[in-house]
Design a protein. Structure first.
Length: 476
């Protein structure tokens, strides 16, 4: 599409310039060499700003249609004559409390659900008529009109402090529900506090920097009816909800939030403020959610082992659960292989519940490991078949509390695949070199590294096993 033709539409130019008034502007596009173009200063070296439609259109014409996206700052300034004006707190006359919900075009419905969660919290604190939303291209920006903070409140609380504190406070309130949505998105969804001194937002009716979608604005009342079709450039549906506000509507929440969060900008300096985010990393770093037992780790890694060597996912699940039960059974044997009296399959709960399983036979897996198999081809322990659905119920369902299953399975596959086949085929070497180093630290050493985009480590990176680990290698 032709970005310049879009921006030269009178209704588009008027809407963008009106929203930009008082804000520090940024323009993004592609220069003549095909490199990223990001403009924040005018030809005189002053912070870029627009006061009328003609000035805006002439600037875009000067760049010959290479500008694709228009942004405006989170702050509204008293004056913008030099760079210092953008950094002096007294020159900031208003700040827009904003939450950035980042998703994807495929996951747009979850982004809307996350916006609903934030809006619900705001409404609970009496902030509703001053809230508006902008589809940013791959997600949603939830804004509170900066004029909702009254002049009287601004005299007591700096507007930047108020914006920061309100966003942090609401995120704390919304955190549990947002974490659930992050999990549902398989880690795609991310919600952030984006109150930063030089933060910019996509202007209403701007085009996205990559996708041919329009940043349409809408109100909280439109959340249930919003559809991604509204963002099509040739037939976009836009409501100037950013113009609606009630002076003072934000005062009570701002005062409460600042009391709880503190005056961060004045204490730390606006460039050092820490901002919260809710993403898959946050899901995985919750202390109450990272307890992964040895039984689950063994089953998971054994399943990954079998899958990598055979490519059979269903039997991999059966094998993984079978081996986890086998090693759990070994824990009931004393030194030198003497079995404890209570170490019977029945005592461990392995009861024959399926007919014909007692006809099991032993087969050699990977050439060395003898494992009992039922006539139907599933692995057996204690006269009970371990079926794929058993794995899903006993292993997968427990691990999914920690993180999305796709993330966990990929982490396990990536980790196990780093070891040579001769180690994977040997059950004793697999136990010592693959399982043992991570049996109590699978989250820290494998799963977390997967989420952070780092390469997992093998035993040789973790270092030598302790003498205690060697002594306990026969126990799962």
């Amino acid at each position: 599409m032709n970005p310049l033709a879009h921006y030269l539409r009178p209704e588009v130019s008027r809407e963008i310039v009106e929203w930009l008034r008082g804000r520090w502007v940024a323009l993004e596009g592609i220069d003549r060499d095909g490199k990223r173009l990001f403009v924040r200063y005018d030809s005189r070296g002053k912070p870029l700003r627009f006061s009328d439609v003609k000035e805006f259109q002439n600037t875009l014409l000067r760049y010959g249609g290479r500008i694709r996206t228009v942004y405006g700052s989170i702050n509204i300034y008293g004056k913008l004559e030099c760079e210092v004006d953008t950094e002096v707190l007294p020159n900031i006359i208003a700040s827009t409390p904003s939450w950035d919900i980042d998703a994807s075009l495929d996951q747009w419905k979850l982004a809307i659900e996350a916006a609903k969660v934030i809006v619900e919290v705001l409404e609970r604190y009496g902030v509703s008529k001053s809230v508006y939303l902008v589809w940013s291209g791959e997600g949603v920006h939830v804004h509170v009109n900066e004029n909702a903070l009254s002049p009287e409140a601004r005299a007591k609380i700096h507007p930047f402090d108020a914006a920061y504190a309100v966003v942090e406070y609401v995120l704390r309130e919304a955190r549990p529900k947002l974490l659930d949505l992050v999990k549902q998105s398989q880690g795609i969804l991310k919600v952030e506090n984006v109150v930063d001194l030089k933060r910019v937002f996509t202007a209403p009716l701007s085009l996205h920097r990559k996708h041919d979608v329009v940043a349409v604005c809408f109100s909280p009342n439109d959340l249930d009816s919003f559809d991604i079709e509204w963002t099509k450039p040739d037939s976009y549906k836009h409501k100037p909800a950013w113009k609606e506000y009630v002076v003072g509507e934000l005062d009570e929440l701002a005062e409460k939030a600042v009391k709880e969060i503190g005056l961060r900008s004045l204490q730390l300096g606006v460039t050092r403020v820490k901002r919260s985010s809710i993403s898959i990393e946050d899901v995985l770093t919750q202390p109450e959610e990272i307890k992964i037992g040895r039984f689950e780790v063994m089953a998971l890694l054994q399943a990954a082992r079998y899958y990598l060597l055979t490519g059979d996912l269903e039997k991999a699940k059966s094998f993984g659960l079978n081996r986890a039960i086998f090693y759990a059974y070994l824990k009931y044997y004393g030194p030198h292989g003497r079995r404890r009296a209570s170490a019977t399959p029945q005592a461990l709960g392995f009861k024959p519940v399926r007919e014909g399983v007692e006809e099991k036979k032993f087969v050699k897996v990977f050439g060395t490991e003898e494992v009992p198999v039922s006539p139907r081809g599933w692995f057996v322990m204690g006269d009970q078949e371990q079926l794929p659905e058993d794995f899903d119920r006993q292993i997968k369902s427990k691990l999914e509390v920690v993180a999305p299953w796709d993330v966990i399975w990929k982490a396990a596959i990536d980790y196990v695949s780093k070891f040579p086949k001769h180690i994977l085929k040997d059950p004793q070497k697999f136990y010592e070199y693959v399982y043992l180093p991570v049996r109590d630290s699978f989250f820290e050493k494998v799963l977390k590294k997967q989420i952070e985009g780092k390469k997992g480590k093998t035993l040789f990176d973790f270092g030598k096993k302790s003498s205690q680990e060697k002594e306990n290698k026969s126990a799962s």
